[in-house]
Ligand binder design. Structure first.
Ligand code: IMP
Length: 424
């Protein structure tokens, strides 16, 4: 069975933990988009791992982890992550980590451009992670990008890099009035990276199609979330890739026929990092309360996450876009101790009511959420192992979400550890 696991909100839904759980029954775990803007947190026996590029499946011995062509790779960050895992005694070599030879690379000038453009946008800044993601995907779309395979041909790499560095340096000097970047330094550094990564580089299209043909199971690890999708998210407050389930095919070279099951991950409330519309955002003391109870700080940038009530309009849109078959509901334990819990079931805009996410962000910004209230619960959920043992009002909350989204909740997470999980 090949499963795509997608974030069904704005990212940070707790995908890392669910991927880790599903990895046990998968042969291949594959990243298909994004880059080291992602931060997947997994806790194993009290030890915390934060992964940015390498699929979380790496924590399971014997599993094969793949970085597909849809990912943008910062080789320095990738090598650092490989060293970090090795230092924690996690096995990483060319028999359990495969990198598509056609991944586009992130260069230092991409990161610098990301930061400079954000600064120039001023009040309209997107709030990017400043990892160079947007500029690297821009080069890919403009057909000037440099791929992993280019590092293995010194002459070709020299020519391509020279052209890009010359162009970017003109922008740095003439538009941003900052010093140019050094070609030689980048060239030599990336040739070195190429040497270290060569044995991991392979034809992922062939690798995965062969695996599927042999009946192996593939788990696709989505990064970010549906509402950050370049086409379907709150443009321009989005990332530059396709986190939706459809992205799994474009980002790996497996056909849509190979996807058997789509699981959406939803946090029991909503969070967002960076700018952009967020209709159910808390406007009162709840913001601080949930942020500190849920430890809502970005795993990549450390920025405080914006928090709000569960939004069924947003989630309904995600379920539809991704073709979600089942749901994983995470961080339910964070909501303990609230007298009432709200669910946004529709939006009011002027004299209209929407039950699905509108595309126009100015409409979205003026939408007023229509809330339904549910009784809260006081019990600590961290130790609950069975669905029947959850407080009645917790079950009611889960059932209402499932009903509103017309989709079954199959996994419930009540704490960071693998063990703190309820399967229904
Ligand atoms: P970028 O992906 O760095 O270009 O950032 C674009 C937007 O996506 C910003 O609002 C970021 O905060 C957000 N973003 C990027 N990666 C993640 C993630 O892994 N989790 C949550 N938000 C993210």
């Amino acid at each position: 069975m090949n499963i795509v696991l997608v974030g069904a909100q704005f990212g940070d839904e707790g995908k890392g933990k669910i991927i880790d759980l599903l990895s046990e029954n998968s042969d291949y775990i594959v990243r298909y988009q994004g880059g080291n803007n992602a931060g997947h947190t997994v806790e194993v026996n009290g030890v915390q791992f934060i992964l940015h590029l390498i699929p979380s499946g790496i924590l399971h011995p014997g599993k094969k982890c793949v970085i597909g062509n849809g990912v943008v790779v910062n080789p320095a960050a990738l090598l650092e992550e490989m060293d970090y895992l090795k230092s924690k005694e996690v096995h990483v070599d060319e028999h359990n980590l495969y990198i598509s030879e056609t991944v586009h690379l992130i260069f230092p000038y991409h990161q610098q451009l990301d930061a400079l453009k954000e600064k120039r946008r001023g009040r309209d800044a997107i709030g990017t992670t400043k990892k160079g993601i947007g500029p690297a995907y821009s080069d890919k779309a403009a057909r000037t990008g440099i791929r992993l395979v280019d590092l293995f041909d010194e002459n070709r790499f020299f020519r391509k890099l020279k052209e890009n560095v010359e162009f970017e340096n003109e922008i740095f000097e003439k538009v941003f009035h900052v010093p140019p970047v050094n070609f030689e330094e980048i060239f030599n550094q990336y040739l070195e990276y190429g040497k270290r990564l060569k044995s991991y580089s392979c034809n992922v299209v062939q690798l995965l199609n062969k695996a599927v043909k042999e009946g192996k199971s593939v788990l696709f690890e989505g990064a970010q979330g549906t509402l950050l999708d370049l086409d379907f998210g709150t443009y321009p407050y989005v990332t530059s890739s396709h986190p939706i389930s459809g992205g799994a095919c474009v980002g790996t070279g497996l056909s849509p026929k190979s996807l058997h099951n789509i699981m959406g991950v939803l946090k029991a409330y909503t969070t967002r990092v960076g700018e952009g519309p967020f209709p159910t955002e808390f406007l009162d003391g709840m913001q601080e309360q949930v942020r500190s109870q849920g430890k809502e700080y970005g795993a990549t940038t450390g920025r405080p996450r914006r928090c709000g009530w569960f939004d069924a309009c947003l989630a309904r849109y995600s379920v539809m876009l991704n073709g979600v078959d089942s749901l994983a509901l995470t961080k339910l334990d964070v909501l303990s101790g609230m007298e009432k819990i709200k669910i946004c079931v529709a939006y009011r805009y002027q004299d209209k009511t929407f039950d699905v996410w509108p595309h126009d962000i100015s409409v979205l910004r003026s939408c007023e959420p229509v809330y339904e209230e549910i009784e809260g619960w006081n019990e600590n959920l961290n130790g609950v192992k069975r669905y029947e043992d959850l407080p009645q009002s917790t079950r009611k909350y889960i059932e209402r979400i499932s009903e509103l989204l017309e989709t079954k909740v199959k996994i419930i997470s009540v704490g960071a550890d693998r063990e703190q999980t309820i399967f229904i």
